[in-house]
Design a binder for this molecule. Structure first.
Ligand code: SIN
Ligand code: FE2
Length: 199
């Protein structure tokens, strides 16, 4: 995709049954919710987390938190299938020794989008971002290191994994509004798993 950014087509496909079963468990413990940005906007994407650190946003800002603010409980543990997939994908993309402690789970229903942003709330930018797409296809916008750089568009399908790190670690990226559709395994939605080393 760019220097430091790789798209692994279909890499998560062999994991789809394990991933969807684990997702159901996680969402039962830490339900998807529409978080609010520091500017007061409710996000169109619904989110939850698993792992030792979860990404949250509210009126006070963005942060990683070991606990779900909705329940006060620790986020569900990161399932082994999630961890193994993320580590294998990072490895394949040339980032050896990736050990994620955070997995942000995004749920897009038709019309949901994510505006251009950098992932910069992590302590250590030497670790890559591993981003797994499941369900309905989406258009991923992948720009440059400046917000004004015109993004390129990549169609991400069920099972695709994008990995970006090194010189691409702070690239601006986003997701165009999700087109309506019905996916055989996941129905009328797209799920994205974003693995990070937060701490
Ligand atoms: C994100 O940047 O957190 C989400 C990217 C995606 O949904 O593909
Ligand atoms: Fe992101």
């Amino acid at each position: 995709m760019a220097d430091g950014a790789v798209l692994l087509r279909g890499f998560a496909k062999p994991f789809e049954a394990d991933l969807t079963a684990a997702l159901r468990d996680i969402a039962a413990q830490a339900p998807f919710r529409h978080m609010v940005t520091p500017g007061g906007h409710q996000m169109s994407v619904a989110m939850t987390n698993c792992g030792g650190a979860g990404w949250v946003t509210d009126r006070t800002g963005y942060r990683y938190d070991a606990r779900d603010p909705e329940t006060g409980k620790p986020w569900p543990a990161m399932p082994l299938s999630f961890r193994e997939l993320a580590e294998q994908a990072a490895d394949r993309a040339g980032f050896r020794g990736f050990s994620p402690d955070a997995c942000l789970i995004n749920r897009y229903q038709p019309g949901a989008r994510m505006s251009l942003h950098q992932d910069r709330d992590e302590n250590d930018f030497s670790a890559p971002i591993v981003s797994v797409s499941l369900g309905l296809p989406a258009i991923f916008l992948f720009g440059g290191l400046k917000r004004s750089d015109r993004p390129r568009r990549f169609r991400l399908e069920h099972g695709d994994i994008a990995v970006w790190g090194g010189p691409a670690r702070l690239v601006f990226h986003g997701v165009a509004p999700l087109a309506d559709g019905e996916h055989g395994l996941l129905g009328r939605q797209r799920i994205n798993l974003t693995f990070r080393k937060a701490r």
